[in-house]
Design a protein around this ligand. Sequence first.
Ligand code: PAF
Length: 273
Amino acid sequence: MRVIKDIHELIEIRKNLHGKVGFVPTMGALHKGHLSLIEQSKKQNDVTIVSIFVNPTQFLEGEDFEKYPRKDVADMDICKRMDVDILFMPNHKDIYFEDEVCIKAPKNKSYILEGYKRPTHFDGVLRVVLKLFHLIKPNVAYFGKKDAQQLYLIKKMVLDLFLDIKIVAVDTVREESGLALSSRNEYLSHEDRKKALLISESLKHCAKSIMKGIFRVDILKAEMFDILKPLDIEYVEFVDRDFNTIESVQKQNSIVLVAVKVGTTRLIDNLWI
Ligand code: PAF
């Protein structure tokens, strides 16, 4: 595995890469969710490139940018064991310039849900992902379904900007308990972890209700709120795959999204129906 920190070195090496290139962008603190993205890329491509970059522009003032877990040594070891071909770990000063040209996420789909309390978050995500796409020039890029809104906006960016990159959506990986894996789970105390199980419980309950034939969003939402009430609920929302809010669940075209705070930790999860 080659570890590259310098952008110009990456550009040179990329010129001489042959075959299909799969790309897994990450912010590090790698867990099994990331590993499943890497595994898929390894299976489907000739070369796999992973990036680790804690992207400052997607954190808002007062968020956990400074505190965000950084585990470069352990991450390097994981990537080596996963037989990643190139691990790209750029510096902030090389990625961003003063007064630079910026992409903006469409407001109607990026200032809702995850973007409601975190306006400009998705501008920062698209800004860095576009730069990474230009540097790495992947044929295929892998993103987790857990960040469903991010995945939707990245797919939209690829379509709107005519980028020739296939975006692969990878299923959420969960602990045996049902808790969706996230780098932010590290912030949870033992007690918080137990409380956080209500999130997957509420989603499982919703799936069961839908199987019983309940499609009305108001009913499904009320049931979920009831399960989640011991937590600080930020939103429970039902959208179609284009992130339009819906009043009735349509199979194969709906996503149930949950965002809660457990203690001081904000967690998200979802269910694709
Ligand atoms: O999902 C993430 O880890 C980040 O948002 C991403 C896509 C790597 C961009 O910084």
